[in-house]
Design a protein around this ligand. Structure first.
Ligand code: TXA
Ligand code: MG
Length: 332
């Protein structure tokens, strides 16, 4: 395994790896991605193997220019171009009808393809030098905590050929995913681009959150982003053996931290964007800390707070069967 800084030579070398059918981890504006040439099915298969990702979970395709949209998608409407011009490069993924050229392995057999242009100079350079759009999920083992640094990538995926190290990612939470039909925009996954941002750009379209995203977006399992120890959100039922001196807390307000062995203050002034950019790093630290439990204080579910709460709920979901039949919230 090879780590390189994101100097121009490293990006050139990484693009050679992609062109030869290899896999490269690279920074984006949201989280690190694990990329391969979208048109090379064997290369894309390596991503699924490395991540232990089930084949029913489709990948997002990353492009470096709006012109690349037509290499991948059909029926690119005026609304799609308006959104692309407004939010790209940036943390918005648009699901569109796919062209036949896009291999089935990328879209997990769906007739649609998810596309985004990341706002990160290294990612954009890697895509253009590779001469092909890059299919890339987040660079973590399936279901585990997402990576916001090169070190997080290596912690989970020690077998990869190449990691481009661009330091910490800025946004820290995955892109908003949307599906457009007729006069509706459905948000399949919350992210930094909010329903209000979308409505401002396309005021004539209804923006809704799909009630059953798992049908339209097969990878949206309820347990996801999970640390390797039980995690709870304040207000959840907790196990009888829970003790604060064995636990770490992700703090939003700075309150409720008394008695915990480890406290992660994610933001000084209750700034949700700052919280989002620090959240996965703090979860990685708590995963590695000498504690038995992780607790998160809920954040206001507004703006990017919706995306934060979605990630926290899913991170905590894996242990929902673990709860004792008593409500110990007083103790938290
Ligand atoms: O910010 C991000 O989006 C990051 C960076 C690396 O770009 N990528 C990312 O990829 O979060 P991943 O694989 O962890 O999550 C992508 C999700 C999949 O789980 C799947 O549910 C959804 O995107 N998806 C992909 N293609 C889709 C499609 N054609 N229709 C509906 N959902 C799709
Ligand atoms: Mg992911």
């Amino acid at each position: 395994m090879l780590i390189k800084k994101t100097d121009p030579l490293a990006v050139i070398n990484a693009s050679a790896v992609i062109r030869k059918g290899g896999v490269v981890a690279f920074p984006t504006d949201t989280v690190y991605g694990l990329g391969a040439d979208v048109f090379n099915s064997n290369a894309v298969a390596k991503i699924f193997e490395l991540k232990k990702r089930p084949s029913f979970d489709p990948l997002i395709v990353h492009i470096a220019s709006i012109n690349d949209l037509s290499k991948l998608a059909l029926n690119i409407t005026k609304e799609v171009y308006l959104l692309a011009e407004k939010f790209w490069p940036g943390p918005l993924t648009i699901v569109l009808p796919k062209k036949n050229d896009v291999p089935e392995i990328v879209t997990a057999g769906l007739q649609t393809v998810a596309i985004r242009m990341p706002a990160h100079p290294t990612a954009l350079k890697l895509i253009s030098l590779s001469g092909t759009p890059i299919a890339a999920p987040s660079a973590n083992k399936f279901g585990c905590i997402s990576p916001t640094t090169a070190e997080h990538v290596i912690k989970q995926l020690s077998d990869i050929d190449f990691v481009l190290d661009g330091g910490s990612t800025k946004i820290g939470i995955e892109s908003t995913i949307i599906l457009l039909n007729d006069d509706k925009i459905r948000i399949l996954r919350h992210g930094a681009i909010t329903a209000m941002d979308l409505s401002e750009t396309l005021p004539d379209m209804k923006v809704s959150e799909n009630s059953d995203v798992s049908v339209l977006s097969p990878g949206m399992a309820n347990a996801h982003y999970s640390p390797d120890k039980p995690m709870f959100i304040i207000g959840d039922l907790i196990p009888k053996d829970f003790k604060k001196e064995n636990a770490g807390i992700l703090s939003f307000s700075g309150k409720y931290t008394k008695g915990y062995k480890v406290v992660e203050y994610l933001t000084k002034n209750q700034d949700l964007k700052e919280y989002a950019s620090n959240m996965f790093s703090a979860l990685h630290r708590l995963e590695d800390a000498d504690i038995k439990f992780i607790v998160a204080e809920p954040v206001p579910a507004v703006g990017i707070g919706l995306a934060i709460m979605d990630r926290l709920r899913k991170a905590a979901n894996k242990y929902s069967t673990y709860v004792a039949p008593i409500n110990n919230t007083e103790e938290l």
